[in-house]
Design a protein around this ligand. Sequence first.
Ligand code: ZN
Length: 304
Amino acid sequence: MTLINPYNFVQLESEEPDRSGYTGRYFLQDNHYSGKLKCTLEALSPLISIDQTGKEEQVKGFLRNSYNEPILQGTSIKGMVRAVYEAMTDSCLALAVTDGTSKKGSTNIKKYAYSDLGKYSNRECNSLKNLCPACRIFGVINGDSLNCQGKVAFSDAVLIGNKLCLQLKYLKELSNPKPHHYATYGENGQKGGRIAGRKFYYQQGANPEYSIGKNKATQRTIAIKECAPVGSAFSFQVSVDNLTDVELGTLLLALELHVGLGHKIGLGKAIGLGSCCIKVDRENSTITTPKERYTNWSSVKTDG
Ligand SMILES: [Zn+2]
């Protein structure tokens, strides 16, 4: 039987990311865009956002805000969109780790080591004059020397209609990443070279088999009492500050993927959970330029 991984890698493209052209955050220039994008995130497969605060609880609930509304955290959505933006713009790999340890089975600890990412390393984005496209708009923190806040901010996404699917489920085992497996994680399947690239999960359809019977549950099994079913929608906003036209256009492409593609958020991506798509509500989004204070995307008037 061939084991098919639930993910694959997007190879690194060029010799190095383009680290020119940061236009700042507060110095508002002509032909730069600021404002708010009103967005909806729709579940294409069941979606779970676990409340990590209830660590002692055996059966996990959905994360909620102070109004008791089920939410997806803005930081999770930002990370998910950033990963796509990084791939689209051949940016540095903000989260890649090239050496460390990983688990083989439940107890066996394996060391792994890949060659340094070189110019693709996040460390190379080390001054405002030297930022890759993703760091320019999503921000970067580099030791004590650089703290660049970024030009986009994501709000938490609130479930519209407040309806979760209430059902006790035991999740299939969520295996840990296995970067010690060079044939999968190494470029050209090789040991000692670069990592294979940027990791993305496949779409597994609307109804993945993600749960097991109670009799098969072990101590490691995660039990959940609620999830957001297929078709449920969450509402959130993206604030943008002084983006160039290329940055704004690329951000929109990273938010709204082609039909048939999906983002992945929350728990259980490897077992098919958390597929979703984002739509930008252009009628209710407002984008401003310094020159023309309020610019409409559509014919709808703004309240400026
Ligand atoms: Zn970077």
